[in-house]
Design a protein around this ligand. Structure first.
Ligand SMILES: Nc1nc2c(ncn2[C@@H]2O[C@H](COP(=O)(O)OP(=O)(O)OP(=O)(O)O)[C@@H](O)[C@H]2O)c(=O)[nH]1
Ligand SMILES: [Mg+2]
Length: 387
């Protein structure tokens, strides 16, 4: 079952050219005034929504491995909390967690600064609560943000759906979608496009939704998708995901539809690999990563399916699902994988060539390709990693 609603309309159309140039991989056009400090140039994802809607919980669960139950003890956020997702992850960005009671009319609220360098705005709505007030706030927020920066992707998380039955879930989604878009039409803002996701921190839906949000910020997405399609066809693979290992966000997948179960299986596989490596991995250095060039894993399920994981670089893993009979040609699959890995490296190499050395060092490209997980260093090129 897919947790995302609409793809129609003005969403990411698959063309890198539609990608706003002043954000994303830290590439700034020449002459573009940068008044923020270097650390602030990373694309920003804003988390907004009413009080107690679950913003901080989302950020903690997805990026800080907090268990969902622990979020019960989170305190209310009272100022903007900026969180850098950079060293340990393939994709680099900042997440700004806002307090629920933020007031746009407060003179200290600097809309230009906040929405200016923003890539995506996630608006969280508590689906277990009355959402009328949230819808008003949503309308206010997106119209304000759109005025400052029309390139922002607006993502609505209909959150805490774990407490709702399937029918009610669908009904709330339909209702919220309808009302939100009607409100925009009424205020003659129909050029603003909203994407809706049903989410909960108690299952994988929040990771899936976040994957979709992050994917919209990756200009190479169509190329990656294409490579995965080619890999699948030539290796008789049914489904493959390119995972950011630390966050378990998938950066790309082939163009067949994603079903939640496969995604969950792949996430669980990553957990297993990391856990087993931590426990049994041979480690000479003190803090060697649990995931490295030699990471690969094969899990056979009792329904004739095989899960196969291979390391792509320090931050990325390819996880494939295929039928056991097709895994007899493991040699071919491995060979194809090497070609695939090479191609991925070329995709990002091409991008890095297009960057001038200055923007490269200051603009902190969103691609992280070197160093081990969590080792605190940032390297702009993927190719360094090779061999
Ligand atoms: N059932 C359920 N509860 C959730 C979910 N996500 C968050 N919560 C709970 O919602 C409550 C509020 O979460 P917070 O993350 O503090 O909310 P917030 O939006 O950051 O709130 P402010 O900082 O006050 O704006 C916590 O008790 C969480 O445990 C979810 O997916 N399902
Ligand atoms: Mg909070």
């Amino acid at each position: 079952m897919s947790y995302q609603d609409d793809e129609e309309g003005g969403g990411f159309d698959g063309h890198p050219s539609s990608f706003p140039k002043d954000f994303g991989y830290g590439v700034f056009e020449e002459g573009h005034e940068i008044t923020l400090s270097a650390g602030d140039q990373k694309p920003r994802i804003l988390l907004m929504g009413l009080r107690r809607s679950g913003k901080s919980s989302i950020q903690k669960v997805v990026f800080h491995k907090m268990s969902p139950n622990e979020t019960l003890f989170l305190e209310s956020t009272n100022k903007i909390v900026k969180d850098d997702i950079n060293n340990s992850s393939f994709v680099q960005f900042q997440i700004w967690d806002f307090p629920g009671q933020i007031d746009f009319f407060d003179p200290t609220f600097d809309a230009d600064l906040i929405f200016g360098g923003c890539g995506a705005l996630i608006f969280v709505i508590d689906a277990q609560d009355d959402y009328m007030e949230a819808l008003n706030k949503l309308n206010l927020t997106v119209t304000k943000a759109f005025k400052v920066n029309p390139n922002i992707k607006f993502e609505v998380f209909i959150h805490k759906v774990d407490g709702l039955g399937d029918d009610f879930k669908m009904e709330s989604q339909r209702d919220i979608h309808q009302r939100a878009t009607d409100d925009l039409t009424d205020s003659s803002n129909d050029q603003i496009h909203l994407s809706f996701h049903l989410t909960s921190i108690y299952d994988h839906s929040i990771f899936e939704a976040f994957s979709k949000v992050v994917q919209k910020l990756i200009p190479q997405l169509p190329a990656l998708e294409n490579l995965l399609n080619i890999l699948n066809t030539n290796s008789a693979i049914e489904k493959s995901f390119l995972f950011d290992v630390v966050s378990k966000i998938y950066i790309a997948t082939d163009s067949t539809p994603v079903d939640m179960q496969s995604y969950e299986l792949c996430c669980d596989m990553i957990d297993v690999v990391i856990d087993v490596s931590w426990i049994y991995g041979v480690r000479e250095e003190q803090d060697a990563a649990a995931f490295d060039e030699q990471s690969s894993s094969l899990i056979k399920l009792n329904n004739g399916t095989v899960l196969y994981l291979r390391e792509v670089n320090k931050f990325l893993a390819l996880v494939c699902i295929l039928r056991e009979d097709n895994f007899e040609h493991k040699g071919i699959i491995d060979y194809n994988f090497l070609c695939f890995r090479e191609a991925i490296q070329q995709v990002f190499e091409l991008r890095n060539k297009n960057l001038t050395p200055t923007t490269n060092s200051v603009g902190s490209p969103v691609v992280n390709g070197n160093g081990s997980i969590g080792d605190g260093q940032l390297s702009p090129t993927l190719t360094d990693e090779q061999n």
